[in-house]
Design a binder for this molecule. Structure first.
Ligand code: ATP
Ligand code: MG
Length: 549
């Protein structure tokens, strides 16, 4: 798909005007959760700009906040980005720059552009003013440079307790941009860091660290989501006054939000920790690992992201848009197989007891590369329960019912004659007769069947578990409902199905189940039982959803 958006144009112009030779970009996640579909926009945008404009793409862990971070998240983020196929050219950890960041902060102190403040967080907030009123100077704002140098060193060396002192940039307490009112750039925090361990007692704040990280790596275009727009003046200020050689340009784009889906690491974490889902990779989540386990092809994610373009403002998109790309992709690439999600047994009374016939069926109608297979047919077969009704309900019913004849695809016409029910009145068997004249491929034209239905042979099959998903959240719920009340009870339904006996797929293999949907083999599969996830049904059941809140 052709990439063409406002950031692409900016980069193209920078290259034409010789401001830059190439685009050097980065994706800077905080390792405090799993990546989700929203992050895919940031990853794919940064990665594709570097690819298109001959530069390189860095993965940088923005690990400057030790308390929220964990190496489990580092691993999952790497796995997810690799899966997307957005391979990074360099892998960096912001924490590797702590020394340089400290030195650059000291440079500000020495230039009189930063000072140590003794005020508490609360006091700093109060003096910051409001959007309507300017802030007030801290009583410590005019400390001498010598004193600030000593105090900042002392902060680093552990002379003060957490929260006792901070380092602030000295900018403008009456700026109309609140971020410029002497922001805190270093704080004291005695916390174990997953990379630097116990080495540091002071940590840089995001707004100071991030521009330095970009400048250190020579990032040319620092692409991020819109909520950082107000931080851009501070970003530029930091780069300017710390004497960085490289001057990256921050450009913001709109976040991708998905309607009626749980996004935001905090909420996903809550669902995981309260066991409302099967883990971070639950197929009902839009974490990248959940989408992967659900069987969503990475190609569909790329197509989805590109098809939305790159809006400058935030916008909500329906998950069905992604599913449509999934169908388009799998329709061409996934082998087709017969599988029955809710089996009903047919007994073909006039078919010989021990006979088995085989017919060769291509695995895809157009894609010949997917080969073919031999499908058995015998006296017992399974059909979908939904393909049979005792009484034909109306003329549109193009399936099996008593007295009606249908074609079992690739086999014969069968006519239903009687049913056997259990004590609860549930049908457990349908007795049929077949017509040997109607063999598929024989050119029989005598009469038309009441529809074509697929089957799995009743003596050659495998029992499988099939997981059907709906949206995790109900369509409607009260605004302040708890997760308990919001979760859709039908978001996971488990069925006992059957598949063709010869199928022996691997975890992650994807199929089209005839007349039903696309399915993937789940990691919960064992040697004894395969587990299939429904990726999406063949047809969209999409209707514009309305919610109260
Ligand atoms: P969350 O919203 O899940 O808490 P986050 O913003 O805290 O995510 P970070 O690790 O800070 O996650 O984000 C890494 C990068 O991903 C940032 O540059 C951010 O701009 C981008 N990003 C995060 N969420 C989205 C989104 N929904 N759409 C586009 N980009 C996003
Ligand atoms: Mg964030």
């Amino acid at each position: 798909m052709e990439i063409n958006h406002f950031i692409d144009t900016i980069i193209e112009n920078d290259i034409k005007s010789k401001k830059h030779k190439e685009a050097i970009t980065r994706f800077p996640p905080e390792p405090n959760g799993f990546l989700h579909l929203g992050h895919a926009r940031a990853i794919i945008t940064n990665w594709s700009m570097a690819k298109k404009h001959g530069g390189h793409f860095n993965l940088r862990f923005d690990d400057t906040n030790p308390i929220k971070e964990d190496s489990m998240f580092v691993d999952s983020i790497k796995r997810d980005i690799e899966w997307l196929g957005c391979h990074w050219d360099n892998l960096f950890y912001a924490s590797d720059y702590f020394e340089e960041m400290y030195n650059r902060a000291m440079l500000l102190v020495e230039k009189g552009l930063a000072y140590v403040d003794d005020l508490s967080n609360e006091e700093i907030r109060t003096l910051r003013g409001t959007l309507k009123e300017p802030g007030k100077n801290s009583p410590h704002r005019d400390r001498s440079i010598e004193e600030n140098v000593k105090l900042f060193q002392a902060m680093k060396n552990g002379k003060y307790d957490d929260g006792e002192k901070v380092l602030r940039a000295k900018i403008d307490m009456s700026s109309s941009n609140m971020n410029m009112r002497d922001p805190v750039i270093y704080r004291i925090q005695r916390a174990y860091h997953h990379n630097t361990k116990d080495k540091w007692l002071i940590y840089p704040m995001y707004d100071f660290a991030h521009p330095l990280e970009d400048a250190i790596e020579g990032i040319t275009h620092s692409l991020c989501s819109l909520e950082f727009e107000d931080h851009r003046p501070l970003y530029d200020w930091v780069v300017e006054h710390t004497k960085m050689k490289n001057k990256p340009r921050q450009i913001e784009f709109g976040r991708l939000l998905i309607a009626n889906q749980v996004t935001g690491k905090r909420y996903i974490r809550e669902l995981v920790e309260e066991n409302k889902v099967m883990g971070w990779d639950d197929p009902r989540l839009i974490t990248l690992s959940g989408l992967r386990r659900r069987g969503i092809p990475k190609k569909a994610i790329h197509n989805f992201i590109h098809s939305l373009g790159l809006p400058k403002s935030e916008g909500e998109t329906e998950i069905e848009m992604l599913y449509q790309h999934v169908r388009e992709h799998l329709n061409e690439t996934a082998p087709v197989t017969n599988a029955i999600v809710e089996p009903l047994k047919l007994v073909i009374d006039n078919y010989p007891e021990d006979e088995v016939e085989y017919v060769k069926i291509p695995n895809h109608r157009r894609n010949k590369e997917l080969g073919s297979r031999m499908v058995p047919f015998s006296k017992h077969v399974f059909i979908e329960r939904s393909d049979f009704l005792e009484e034909k309900p109306n003329r549109k019913w193009r399936r099996l019912s008593l007295g009606e004849e249908v074609r079992l695809m690739h086999a014969y016409f069968v006519k239903a004659n009687s049913v056997v029910k259990d004590d609860n009145g549930r049908i457990i068997e349908v007795h049929c007769t077949y017509d040997p004249e109607t063999k598929s491929g024989s050119g029989f034209k005598g009469r038309k069947p009441n529809g074509n239905i697929h089957f799995v042979d009743g003596t050659h099959y495998k029992k499988v578990e099939i997981r059907l998903f709906e949206d995790l959240l109900k369509e409607e719920y009260e605004k302040d409902a708890s997760f308990e009340e919001k979760v859709n009870p039908n978001s996971l339904v488990i069925k006992k199905g059957v598949i063709e006996e010869k199928m022996s797929p691997e975890i992650g293999d994807k199929f089209q189940f005839m007349r039903n949907g696309f399915y993937v083999v789940d990691k919960d599969s064992t040697d004894k039982t395969l587990v299939f996830n429904r990726i999406v049904p063949l047809r969209s059941s999409y209707k514009r959803k309305k919610r109260k809140n």
